[in-house]
Design a protein. Structure first.
Lengths: 239, 193
């Protein structure tokens, strides 16, 4: 709409349709379309990222594993691989040398010294059979003693059973069990027919010791010294 | 138009940041994994060799001991028994030699070395009067040997000195050591063979 004395110039095509309006309309539509497309792409990126994060959370919760656990598993498998590669070499190397040493020393001890000479003497200890161990435990009464806090505790039970066994000619080991906030003591025997056996001296019951697991107090009937975390960290066997 | 450019730039930056962060995190994780793999392998090799050596030494010593004892004794039936174990009480001189050879500085190490070389050894636990936290006690970890010429000898692992451990007496006083800044009266001694 123009008033008197005013004029307006409009570029039109042959049919009289204004050209600039046509161009402006196409560009505007193209921009709107691109914006919509970009928003869709952005939305999809966010959606994919969200789904990926959810998947990771679901995976971790499902397998109960974290990166630290995975790293620990890799460490352990590598440790075992390395361990297996060198164990046998160390064993064979030491075995040959020690055989000669043991032979020579035992030969000398068995023969004894010349008249009047004081020489080392063999201590008559033997590894028992499983039945011999059971017979010994049946006649020993260490387990019947009372646990007295601060006076006669797990350490004393283990020391007494160990010493009684050795006094009977049976080789025994004092075993110290370590946990983060706690300690315990039991006795071990290297039986001829069933290998290494651990005995809880407060009850004479056999006990299985596994690093990373709790000591089985209920099974063995021993007095639990505290309510601390009792997951076994280390087992030290002193023959 | 400006809105379109802004959106494209934001998307591009997000993608670049994501890719970059992912790359850095992956590289860091991969390095951690590789380091742990190497560390575990080397530790395993060391421990495997040590354990193999210890086990091999014990087994070899006992097998040799059995054969040597049989030979030296002219056919003693004891060494034919399935549970035969060769272990002996040393002379005092042998004990001293063994301590020097062992180069050990703890009760556990001396115990392990002596036992592995056929010498009978005991673990000695001396409880002290020194005040400790609730439920705990201070103890000295020593080792003992039943020598054939000087009887029972108790050894302090870090000095290789023969020591006395009378209950009711100060550990430092009865052995001529400098007094520590606490009550070192021995309240209980337990010897575990």
């Amino acid at each position: 709409m123009t008033g008197i004395g005013e004029f307006s110039v409009v570029l039109v095509d042959r049919s009289g349709y204004p050209v600039s309006r046509v161009r402006r309309g196409l560009v505007s539509d193209l921009i709107d379309f691109s914006m919509a497309l970009a928003r869709i792409v952005l939305g999809m990126v966010a959606l994919i990222a969200g789904l990926a994060a959810i998947n990771i959370v679901v995976y971790i919760s499902a397998v109960g594993s974290t990166f630290d656990d995975e790293v620990a598993a890799i460490y352990n498998s590598s440790f075992e691989r390395g361990y297996a590669q060198t164990y046998e070499a160390g064993y064979q190397e030491a075995h040959g040398l020690a055989y000669e040493e043991g032979y020579g020393r035992a030969y000398e001890v068995a023969r004894g010294g010349s008249s009047g000479e004081i020489t080392a003497t063999r201590v008559e200890l033997r590894n028992p059979t499983y039945n011999e161990l059971k017979e010994f435990l049946a006649q020993d009464n260490t387990e019947s003693k009372s646990f007295i806090k601060g006076e006669y505790v797990c350490f004393d039970f283990a020391a007494e059973l160990n010493n009684n066994a050795e006094a009977s000619g049976i080789r025994a080991a004092y075993v110290r069990i370590h946990a983060e906030q706690w300690g315990h003591a039991v006795v071990a025997f290297e039986t001829v027919d069933r290998g290494l056996i651990f005995i809880e001296p407060q009850s004479d019951k056999e006990v299985e010791l596994v690093r990373g697991q709790s000591y089985p107090w209920q099974v063995t009937g021993a007095s639990r010294p505290s309510d601390y975390d009792d997951v076994i960290d280390d087992i030290e066997i002193m023959w | 138009m400006k809105g379109l450019i802004r959106t494209i730039v934001i998307v591009a930056v997000l993608i670049l940041v994501g890719v970059g962060a992912s790359f850095l995190i992956n590289r860091s994780l991969a390095q951690t994994v590789a380091a742990e793999r190497e560390h575990g392998y080397m530790e395993g090799r060391d421990r495997g060799y040590q354990q193999g050596w210890q086990d091999g030494h014990k087994a070899g010593y006992q097998e040799g001991g059995r054969a040597g004892y049989l030979e030296g004794s002219g056919g003693d039936n004891a060494s034919d028994e399935a549970g035969f174990y060769f272990i002996y009480n040393p002379t005092y001189n042998e004990l001293e030699e063994m301590l020097v050879e062992s180069k050990a500085d703890s009760a556990e190490e001396i115990h392990e070395y002596a036992e592995g070389n056929g010498i009978r050894v005991a673990y000695v636990r001396c409880q002290l009067a020194r005040e400790a936290a609730e439920g705990l006690v201070y103890v000295l970890h020593l080792v003992a040997f039943e020598t054939v010429d000087k009887g029972l000898v108790i050894i302090e692992p870090w000095s290789y000195r023969a020591v006395k451990v009378e209950v009711g007496q100060s550990y430092s006083e009865q052995n001529g050591f400098n007094a520590p800044g606490y009550d070192d009266t021995i309240t209980k001694v337990t010897i575990v063979w």
